[in-house]
Design a protein around this ligand. Structure first.
Ligand SMILES: [Zn+2]
Length: 363
């Protein structure tokens, strides 16, 4: 994602903040000024937001470290104004493991809330009448700050456990369903409930808090795309890369000029190319790189090609193809046999075509 500030790494996982997050800080200060706050209260609100987002990072780390126990890596954790996102390579498919990974995040906030409960003298807050409570809570002290942080962590737990897939509660719901039915069916039910709740959030957002609208969109699109992905995965289950293989491809040589490639692109439907020399794959040339160099027809393919690429074996499961697309962001892979000889290539378009042919055959 563009426009992110890299904060560093925690146990090998990149932590990033999206630039829109600064809008929250500005918004909080703005609200405070409107309410006639002082520099002190504004400062306290900013510290509160920063502490809260630190708790969100810990929440995401909870997911990431639980996933690591099942050998699933996390590329990065991104903070957005609406919360954190841990980019796990994939979700575990065993229901019990998904349940653990989904619950690990909220569990972190439960622990933080419990610790704060021990530190902050809660009785002094809960025993008060409304007026004194308001007065106490508007005092910019460390104790009030921690009290708010306590409440915020409880809210994080409650909010995340709403069964709106793909939020944590929705994942818990899907995992529970998966114990009794197949995963694709469970995902579909969870995604439907998620989208229904998203509509409710959206309507509430119109009346109460615009953030709910953002969250509603996030849930709605997330539920849709994950449902599609799981459906696709269940369709390719048991099929191999070689079944969706592109065999009719043009092999480029590093010495070819880009002008030659432009001609090939215009003459046919090929967009990405494998570059080989003496029968060995030395690179790939993807559509984006070709377009970026549209004015440099005299350049050689070898100067522009991507040499940091992955290949995939013909005997690999098609599911593995999706895992690789997710992990590498490469959309086009040279396909090899067990001797590393080139057989062809595979890309997302061709796999979708394979799926379309297959679903037509079924229905
Ligand atoms: Zn979570």
């Amino acid at each position: 994602m563009k426009g992110v500030l890299k904060l560093g790494k925690i146990s090998g996982i990149r932590i990033e903040v999206h630039w829109t997050f600064t809008l929250i800080l500005i918004w909080v200060v703005f609200l405070d000024i409107q309410r006639g706050g002082t520099a002190n209260t504004a400062f306290m609100n900013i510290v509160l937001i920063l502490l809260l987002f630190f708790c969100v990072i810990l929440h995401e780390l909870g997911h990431a470290l639980a996933a690591r126990r099942f050998n699933i890596n996390t590329r990065k954790i991104t903070l957005l104004p609406i919360g954190g996102v841990a980019s796990l390579e994939k979700m575990p498919e065993k229901p019990a493991q998904e349940l653990i990974v989904a619950l690990a995040g909220p569990a972190v906030n439960v622990v933080i809330a419990m610790l704060l409960y021990l530190i902050v003298p809660m009785q002094s807050y809960f025993g008060l009448d409304a007026d004194s409570l308001v007065q106490l809570l508007s005092a910019p002290t460390l104790e009030t700050l921690l009290f708010y942080l306590f409440i915020a962590n409880i809210m994080l737990v409650v909010f995340n456990l709403i069964p709106a897939f793909p939020m944590d509660g929705g994942r818990v719901f899907r995992a529970l369903l998966s114990f009794t039915m197949d995963r694709a069916k469970a995902t579909e039910i969870a995604a439907r409930l998620g989208q229904a709740l998203a509509v409710v959030f959206f309507i509430l957002g119109l009346f109460f808090n615009p953030f709910l609208i953002l969250i509603a969109l996030f849930i709605f699109l997330g539920a849709y795309s994950e449902n599609q992905m799981v459906k696709q995965k269940s369709l390719v289950e048991g099929h191999l890369v070689k079944e969706a293989l592109l065999t009719n491809i043009t092999l480029l040589n590093p010495k070819n000029s880009l002008a030659d490639v432009f001609k090939i692109i215009l003459a046919g439907t090929e967009k990405d190319f494998v570059v080989a020399e003496n029968g060995t794959i030395v690179g790939i040339l993807q559509h984006k790189e070709i377009i970026n160099n549209a004015k440099n027809g005299s350049l050689e393919v070898g100067a522009v090609m991507n040499t940091n690429f992955s290949t995939i074996s013909e005997m690999e499961e098609l599911n593995e193809f999706f895992v690789k697309v997710n992990a590498t962001r490469q959309r086009f892979f040279p396909v090899t046999d067990y001797n590393n000889n080139i057989l062809g290539a595979i890309d997302v378009t061709n796999v979708s075509e394979f799926l379309m042919l297959k679903t037509q055959l079924i229905s």
